[in-house]
Write a new protein. Structure first.
Length: 376
């Protein structure tokens, strides 16, 4: 089974895993029967786990163990790492050789279990975006004269530690333009970042899916927000006339963007502040609802009024551009500069707690009989 798609609705019989267009909250999005089916199964499991809703940690542990149990010894060994292994924080969003087990080396049945595992961390909308990010590798394969590095099955799963309902462990799903990192401890998800989604091409230029946009809201809503500002407020937001070549924090293991720049939410109108919060929610709601709400609650506790919005580069479609949303505890970065501004990178970082660093540090400092993952 391949992560190919999405033919138009008129090609639903295609062998490439048909994706159709549906209406969602008044917006047309691209989705797949396969994506919808996997997510619906996971949602059903959440509502009927032994007669009661499953916790996030329980569900993730169960789907992880189920996947690992379906692998042969060699694949299982390639997939599993010690929690303390440095590989856990060795993340990136470029095409490169990765550790873990690749989708292309799995049987169709194993791939379905991998999809269920991926869906356990994402909302329905987030899962569809992830599936379409992977599908774009098929688009690039054709646009780049069948470039072999463009492969929608070159996405890797890795688990760090023993998947358990109450233990300390983590997992990663990663490949080109997609990196999802979850850390669990004490029966809850203590970190869901870094969380990276990219899209190349941002708008498919030709072929049966011409016009397809995988991360449309992330671009269109931000540009609309920018255009709502005038005068001194807009001058504060525009931090550079040229956009940086890529996100500033790149694939750093710890995000260090410096102090917030741009305009704080406290200086925005009520309408502008609401639009900024809606844009933040677009990013947060890629995760499953419980995880998204936990991340948004952190923002509320540290003060929404302290969140800054900044823009660099051109303000019109087709012009290279970059924006940053930064608060006391989190950072969202987005850029669209490469390939004639048709190539999106976007990421959510926790400035203190990527990979669970802050929560785990506090745990180990209060429990001296436990060894800190860093070895200290």
């Amino acid at each position: 089974m391949k992560w190919h798609g999405p033919p138009t609705s008129g090609n639903m019989g295609s062998s490439h895993g048909a994706l159709s267009e549906i209406q969602h909250e008044g917006k047309k999005i691209v989705t797949s029967k396969q994506a919808s089916g996997i997510v619906l199964l996971v949602v059903f499991a959440r509502s009927a786990w032994g007669g009661r809703p499953a916790s996030v940690a329980t569900e993730m542990a169960v789907v992880a163990r189920r996947f690992l149990g379906a692998l042969g010894p060699e694949s299982r060994a390639a997939t599993t790492f010690a929690f303390q292994d440095e590989e856990r924080t060795n993340w990136h969003f470029i095409p490169r050789v990765r550790k873990g087990v690749a989708l292309k080396h799995l049987t169709p049945a194993q791939q379905r279990l991998a999809q269920a595992w991926l869906a356990s961390g994402l909302s329905r909308e987030g899962y569809i975006k992830a599936a379409n990010v992977m599908y774009l590798e098929s688009v690039l394969y054709e646009l780049e004269n069948q470039n072999p590095i463009r492969d929608p099955d070159l996405y890797f799963l890795g688990v760090f530690g023993d998947p358990s309902e109450n233990g300390t462990w983590g997992w990663r799903f990663e490949g080109h333009h997609l990196s999802l990192n979850f850390t669990l401890h004490g029966g809850r998800v203590v970190s869901a970042s870094p969380a990276f989604f990219g899209a190349n091409p941002a708008v498919v230029p030709q072929g049966p899916n011409a016009g397809m946009r995988t991360l449309a809201d992330e671009e269109l809503m931000a540009r609309a927000l920018l255009h709502s500002f005038q005068g001194k407020a807009r001058a504060k937001i525009l931090i550079q006339t040229e956009a940086p070549a890529d996100i500033i924090t790149a694939a750093s293991r710890k995000a260090e963007p410096g102090p917030p720049v741009g305009l704080p939410l406290a200086e925005m109108t009520e309408h502008q502040a609401a639009a900024l919060l809606e844009l933040i929610e677009i990013y947060a709601h890629r995760w499953r609802p419980e995880v998204a709400e936990a991340e948004l609650e952190k923002l509320r506790k540290t003060g929404m009024e302290k969140i800054h919005f900044a823009w660099a580069g051109g303000s019109e479609p087709g012009q290279p551009h970059y924006y940053r949303i930064q608060g006391p505890t989190f950072l969202i970065e987005y850029d669209n500069t490469q390939n004639n501004a048709n190539h999106i990178h976007s990421v959510w970082r926790d400035l203190k707690n990527d990979f669970g660093a802050d929560v785990l540090r506090a745990h180990y400092e209060s429990s001296p009989h436990h060894r800190h993952p860093s070895g200290h």
